[in-house]
Design a protein around this ligand. Structure first.
Ligand SMILES: C[S@@+](CC[C@H](N)C(=O)[O-])C[C@H]1O[C@@H](n2cnc3c(N)ncnc32)[C@H](O)[C@@H]1O
Length: 222
């Protein structure tokens, strides 16, 4: 089966910009206390949720967030389309596992994971592919497992044309939290929290930032 065009475009883009992207966002979390708070809440929910399995950081990029979740005690690994991103993640975080793949078709058994993180990685997935993406997240989560999806809020996509001087370009979708919440619910998730923070001008963020936490319902007792 040939890869969808949007996946090829995404992979090519990140393979090309990986080193510059990583240098720019290396300490991104250190400057974003509210993002750390959401991730810490997610980690605690996963731990308390009682679902068995690892946590997957899907679309992990250079692995900073993977490492942060690991520092909070989660048994986490990263997955990304881009081999160049993965090379940086392995270099920067040698104690963690990073593997190549597409989060739209995970080579994982049903119910294998206690947690799924998609931290600004669904932003390159076209809207008509989101139901399939969220169905895949639901499939690989164990009953009672948690999902965190973060993305930029808005209606208009942003187009990154020749970033850092490279001859590549790629669209980034912005979304409405209520629309994403509806899709998660349609995929079988129960929404746990919907957090929207204002853009931080000092970090060059043009729009608010959303983080939705949802849970695959636990198996009914008895
Ligand atoms: C904006 S970056 C975010 C990276 C990282 N989560 C972070 O916050 O630093 C988006 C990442 O998602 C990855 N990605 C996009 N679509 C993907 C897919 N279908 N499967 C796996 N990775 C994907 C890209 O290769 C890229 O590394």
């Amino acid at each position: 089966m040939t890869e969808a065009d949007f996946l090829t475009a995404t992979r090519t883009f990140y393979d090309t910009v990986a080193e510059d992207y990583a240098a720019r966002f290396l300490d991104a979390l250190a400057k974003r206390p509210l993002d750390r708070a959401v991730l810490a809440g997610f980690a605690e929910l996963v731990t308390a949720g009682g679902a068995d399995g690892e946590v997957a950081d899907l679309g992990c990029g250079p692995g900073e967030v993977t490492a942060y979740l690991a520092s909070l005690g989660l048994p986490v690994f990263g997955l990304d389309l881009s081999e160049s991103m993965l090379a940086i993640a392995r270099r920067e975080h040698p104690g963690l596992r990073f593997q190549q793949g597409s989060m739209l078709e995970l080579e994982l058994a049903d119910g294998a994971l206690a947690g799924v993180l998609s931290w600004y990685s669904s932003i390159h997935t076209p809207v008509d592919r989101l139901p399939g993406l969220f169905a895949e997240f639901h499939r690989v989560l164990a009953p009672g497992g948690h999902l965190l999806v973060a993305f930029q809020v808005g209606d208009e996509p942003r187009y990154h044309d020749r970033p850092f001087g490279h001859q590549v370009s790629l669209g980034f979708q912005r979304r409405r939290p209520e629309a994403v919440a509806e899709l998660l619910s349609a995929a079988g998730f129960a929404l746990v929290s919907r957090t929207v923070r204002e853009p931080d001008d000092t970090l060059g963020e043009p729009t608010p930032q959303a983080a939705l936490i949802a849970r695959k319902p636990p198996r009914a007792a008895g």
